[in-house]
Design a protein around this ligand. Structure first.
Ligand SMILES: [Zn+2]
Length: 472
């Protein structure tokens, strides 16, 4: 755990931050879409028949993952939508041998369909018909009649090599593609590895493809669009990697960067450039930290709470927060689901507990009908005891023959958080352990907050505890 995740997706942020992750804040701002800008056109080929394909990122990923194609690099940019001064680049496919033909020529398109049995697959995108130096770049086309493959490249050397050495016939310039402009807004990709757990972000599709093909990462899509080059209004998004944790960490903050390096992260340079403040059209890039692998829901119930002073409620609520903080380093999330009270008039005197039998009666007589540990806050608990709980409590709180909740004394002199964490851990199956600063000491203090690994494993097996997986 302790790996970082970045997202622009509000739903993902909301879902993950109440489960295995904690929201750490906004890492910066990025564009949600390339805003009418040209998008990258990717080239792949099918090793079975040597056929080349040009496609959008989505299709590129699909054919690589499911149709046996192999990545063959980035060809250049193309407008996904009609743009002034551009024409449609049509894509056709021949079902007999699989060749893809791209053309801006309506006559050639009609001929390919009527004479050569090609099928129109619609627009591949929008491009320029005429050259315009500095604005666009030629897309060269050649044809291999042995395996019926049209080949496209913006690299003139590659084109010449195909024609001179690989048996391709020169079919000259198919069209002109827009060139990347400044500022060059490019996608920031995300991929994920299960073990060691990590999220990896890059604008370099070759690097992402390598991670997916060779390093056990899986594709998770585009986070947003970022600037490939520094500009006045952007800031470097610094990338680091911790080989021990297997975590990629990114920040725009120099102090964060220095701290991370001191913690054993290795500097990997600038990932891309993002905005430190929200510029027009940009959205927040949230940073989350993977903290939890288990969660337990908790109800807190103030016994006689209608007559408690505010300070007692504050102690009770802060006690819950402290208990949650005690279990957090162990990957266990305490989630407060309900807060309620038993009116003093109804409490049958249980706001002051005289002995453990009375505590047992209290948890019998009251329970919150949900799948959560009931923690009853009382004003006094007789004797040295500051709390009492079932050990390995039932997940059926209507079960009549045993204690089915935890009781905690809520007084300023009591370390309420430690007692609450202690009692909840009893409920989740732990016995006393009078060692060192263990949380399960029979008589605890402010600093008895430690748990051993075997204790942590044990509580995570309780029926009230749900394992948190990613994706959740
Ligand atoms: Zn105890």
């Amino acid at each position: 755990m302790w790996e970082h995740l970045y997202t622009t997706n509000e739903f993902e942020k909301a879902n993950l931050s109440i489960n295995a992750f904690e929201l750490e804040g906004i890492a910066g701002f990025v564009y949600p879409e390339p805003a009418g800008a040209p998008v990258m056109l990717y080239r792949s080929y099918n090793p079975k028949n040597g056929i080349h394909l040009l496609s959008s990122l989505q299709e590129y990923n699909y054919v690589l993952n499911f149709l046996g194609f192999v990545g063959d690099g980035q060809v250049g940019f193309i407008y996904p939508l009609p743009t002034p001064g551009t024409v449609q680049l049509s894509r056709l496919r021949n079902p007999d041998h699989g060749d893809y033909l791209y053309t801006i020529n309506e006559e050639e398109k009609a001929n390919a369909i009527n004479v050569f049995n090609y099928v129109d697959e619609g627009p591949a995108g929008f491009v320029y018909a005429a050259p315009s130096p500095g604005i666009n770049t030629p897309l060269f086309r050649s044809y291999n009649s042995v395996n019926n493959d049209h080949f496209y490249t913006t690299d003139e050397n590659e084109h010449r090599h195909a024609v001179n050495n690989l048996g391709f016939r020169n079919e000259h310039i198919a069209c002109h593609l827009p060139m990347t402009s400044h500022p060059s807004i490019i996608p920031l990709y995300r991929c994920h590895r299960r073990d060691p757990f990590d999220f990896f972000y890059s604008t370099n599709i070759t690097e992402i493809t390598h991670a997916i093909n060779n390093l056990n990462y899986s594709w998770e899509g585009i986070v947003g669009y970022v600037d490939a080059v520094p500009a006045d209004n952007n800031i470097p998004f610094l990338r680091m990697y911790h080989p021990g944790r297997g975590d990629h960490f990114y920040t725009t903050d120099d102090k964060d960067h220095t701290n991370a390096i001191n913690l054993g992260y290795v500097d990997e340079g600038t990932a891309c450039n993002i905005f430190s403040v929200q510029v027009e059209g940009s959205i927040p890039l949230f940073r989350l930290l993977h903290v939890f692998d288990a969660i337990v829901h908790v109800n807190i119930i103030g016994v006689g709470g209608d007559v408690w002073p505010n300070s007692q409620w504050t102690l009770f609520r802060n006690g819950f927060m402290d208990a949650a903080a005690i279990l957090r380093p162990h990957g266990m999330r305490l989630n407060l689901v309900t807060e309620s009270l038993i009116r003093q008039a109804d409490a049958d005197g249980h706001e002051d507990i005289d002995d453990d039998d009375e505590a047992r009666d209290l948890t019998h007589e009251w329970s919150v009908p949900n799948f959560a540990v009931d923690v009853f806050g009382v004003s006094t608990y007789a004797g040295e005891t500051a709390g009492f709980s079932a050990v390995d409590g039932s997940c059926d709180k209507s079960y009549p023959c045993q204690m089915n909740g935890s009781v905690v004394e809520v007084r300023a002199a009591i370390p309420v958080g430690v007692v609450m964490a202690h009692e909840i851990c009893h409920y989740l199956g732990l016995e006393h352990r009078d060692e060192g600063l263990n949380l399960m000491r029979k008589f605890g203090a402010m600093n008895t907050t430690l748990l051993e690994e075997d204790q942590v494993s044990k509580i995570k097996e309780h029926c009230f505890v749900r394992k948190l997986n990613y994706p959740s």
